[in-house]
Design a protein around this ligand. Structure first.
Ligand code: ADP
Ligand code: MG
Length: 642
């Protein structure tokens, strides 16, 4: 007999959890095994077709269930692609699934082993844990497998965390047989149920009804015997037990069915089982078309971003079927980047099975389908925005950033598609609003869409530059993501209304009168402003007087194309140290007492230097930037206090 091999460390931990699992839906193990069997058949069928093997048809395949109550054995068999010894070892001895990453993180972040176990319970439901789930109900598992191209079959056997053995064996039919020895009943769990055909039938209906290959089982049924023709009226029929081979699943793929015949729960079950998302999808798009492109599509908009969504590992794409045969797990040409969050399947009768990845990219039909789907997703999102704003906010929180990036990267080419789906916080509202809502609420005489950048809407609302605008009844959009201002610059305008940053030094907000008196004042203060600029030693390009502020003494703005926020974001990018900098303007409130004070001390060079530096640092702080030299700043304050 072969030597015993160890499970990889992570598998061991996972197994340990399965064996001691208190998870209440242990039944999902069957769903996992059936879906593996179906995948294995897909693979074999696909390879056979690619190799031009016409001996196999869809009808050649089946998944079979056998329950032996006496021996407590439950067997799931398929005639799919099978595994050789190496594959048995690596597929069943190690974990490579992406969901496992989250699983591991959950366990590692848990405070105690008990906490880990209870958190693991959630993960089992959310992702399924694949093959190992079988250890929740079985104390011994034997997998016998043979690949169609091999003569030799292999047996993998394990009775738990201690390890597994792999030995050669006979196997007449290609495919895989997973044989579970079902645990004895315990106080908490009636494991016997997993050997009852009625219960297994229920489970298949519940979890695996849409599996596209027949799942068959010998089912025993009691039936009344037909009465002989001359039986008395009240004669009781005799009952007999018949054993019959039955197909348990309905097989017809959900997306091929008529929309009106599919229940919401069926969509949700399909989504959960296909994409391992425990949460219900936000929206379901079931579409079909004939003509220029013939296809059926079933798309889902998730409620929550998957854990790896904003990482490099994330791959967008839809499952692609050609006339019912799965040809690609994630076809990314079907989804635009901006809607990379959509999950789902597309089944097209126009595609050939042997199409290569490269050919697929060029495929006219596929492009057409992708265009259709883009429109459908857009329409669905718009409907969500209009009909269920609360859900849209949640959706936008999860995926808005992605849409913004895509829009920015398209250099604004997707403006028509995406701009109306964007949401921003606004200074005068509780909830984020769209551009259209902003424009609709603009008071008479307002020509621009005002925006401000900052850490949070709360911080932006307190900016000195906001005060007067807010008094005039103007709303300001709060841009809090790094990408926002760059995006606004690419969009340039919406409905003919240009964007204006409230930190733009050229933003004219003074009335004609104010302008004139300001002009005079500026002339008079010319030497003071020059002296302050010099005192600040190149930190600002200009010191100016302003009438845009109300109660605050100073604010920091910028001229030219680069704003302070853009400078901050650019400086953070690696290799962008030479990026253009904002041309800073320190604006002083002409009607603030501090301006008078400056007039008083203007001939005392030392004092003026101190004041200039203090005001500049204050302006930095208010804008949410760090002061450049905290020690100097605090010394200067002390200088005033003593
Ligand atoms: P996943 O299905 O997500 O890959 P599983 O733990 O369910 O994870 O299965 C691990 C791997 O074992 C599968 O990817 C597949 O390669 C292999 N496998 C499992 N069951 C079968 C089967 N019935 N036939 C062929 N290969 C299988
Ligand atoms: Mg699986």
């Amino acid at each position: 007999m072969s030597e015993k091999k160890q499970f990889q460390a992570e598998s061991r931990r996972m197994l340990d959890l399965m064996i001691h699992s208190v998870y209440t839906h242990k039944e999902i193990f069957l769903r996992e095994l059936i879906s593996n069997a179906s995948d294995a058949i897909d693979k074999r069928y696909y390879h056979a077709l690619q190799a031009g093997d016409t001996g196999l048809s869809r009808d050649s395949f089946e998944i079979s269930l056998t329950a032996d109550k006496e021996k407590r054995l439950l067997t799931v068999a398929d005639n799919g692609c099978g595994m050789n010894a190496e594959e048995l070892e690596s597929n069943l001895g190690t974990i490579a699934r992406s969901g496992t990453l989250e699983f591991r993180e959950t366990l590692e972040s848990a405070a105690s082993p008990e906490a880990a176990a209870s958190q693991a319970v959630d993960v089992i439901g959310q992702f399924g844990v694949g093959f190992y789930a079988a250890f929740m109900v079985a104390d011994e598992i034997t997998v016998t497998s043979r690949r169609p191209v091999d003569e030799q079959g292999w047996r993998w056997h394990s009775d738990g965390v201690e390890g597994f053995r792999i030995d050669p064996c006979e196997k007449t039919e290609p495919g895989t047989e997973i044989c579970l020895r079902i645990k004895e009943n315990s106080e908490q769990e009636q494991y016997d149920e997993f050997l009852e055909s009625y219960h297994l039938t229920e489970l298949i209906k519940k979890y695996s009804d849409y599996i596209r290959y027949p799942i068959r089982m010998d089912v025993e049924e009691s039936r009344p015997k037909a009465l002989p023709g001359d039986a008395a009226e009240d004669a009781e029929p005799e009952w007999e037990t018949v054993r019959e081979r039955k197909t348990l699943n309905s097989m017809s793929p959900l997306w091929r069915r008529n929309r009106s015949e599919v229940k919401q729960e069926e969509y949700e079950a399909f989504y959960r089982d296909s994409f391992y998302d425990y949460e219900k999808p936000l929206r379901v798009i079931h579409a079909s078309a004939e003509g220029a492109a013939t296809y059926q599509a079933l798309l889902f908009l998730p409620a929550k971003a998957p854990y790896d969504y904003y990482s490099k590992e994330f791959e967008k794409g839809l499952k692609l079927y050609a006339s019912g045969v799965m040809i690609m797990e994630r076809c990314n040409d079907l989804l635009p980047d901006c809607f990379s969050f959509a999950r789902g399947v597309v089944d097209s009768q126009d595609l050939s099975l042997n199409i290569s990845r490269e050919m697929l990219q060029q495929d006219r039909q596929l492009k057409l389908i992708a265009k259709h789907l883009e429109k459908k997703i857009k329409a669905e999102l718009k409907a969500l925005l209009e009909e269920d704003r609360e859900s849209y906010h949640a959706f936008y929180k999860a995926f808005g950033l992605n849409m913004k990036f895509a829009l920015y990267k398209s250099f604004g080419a997707q403006k028509e598609l995406l701009a109306e789906l964007l949401e921003f916080a606004a200074t005068t509202r509780e909830q984020p609003i769209t551009f259209a809502e902003y424009i609709a609420a603009m008071p008479e005489g307002q020509e621009h869409i005002y925006y401000a950048c900052g850490e949070s809407a709360g911080q932006i609302k307190r900016l000195p530059q906001c005060e007067r605008l807010t008094d005039q009844g103007r709303e300001i959009l709060c841009l809090t993501d790094d990408i926002d201002e760059f995006l606004i610059k690419t969009l340039h305008e919406i409905d003919g209304k240009e964007f204006r940053s409230i930190s733009d030094a050229d933003l004219g907000l003074e009335s004609e009168e104010e302008k004139q008196s300001l002009e005079k004042e500026r002339e008079a203060a010319k030497s003071l402003l020059e002296a302050m600029k010099e005192a600040l030693e190149g930190k600002v390009n200009e010191v100016a007087l302003t009438a845009r502020l109300k109660s605050h003494p100073v604010c920091l703005t910028a001229t030219g194309g680069v704003t302070l926020e853009m400078e901050r974001v650019l400086q953070m990018q690696p290799g962008m140290e030479d990026a253009p900098k904002a041309q800073r303007v320190l604006e002083i409130n002409v009607s603030h007492p501090i301006y008078e004070k400056l007039g008083e001390i203007k001939d005392d060079a030392e004092a003026l230097k101190n004041y200039a530096s203090l005001l500049y640092n204050q302006a930095l702080l208010i804008e949410g930037f760090p002061v450049e030299d905290p020690v100097e700043f605090s010394n200067a304050i002390c200088g005033l206090m003593v």
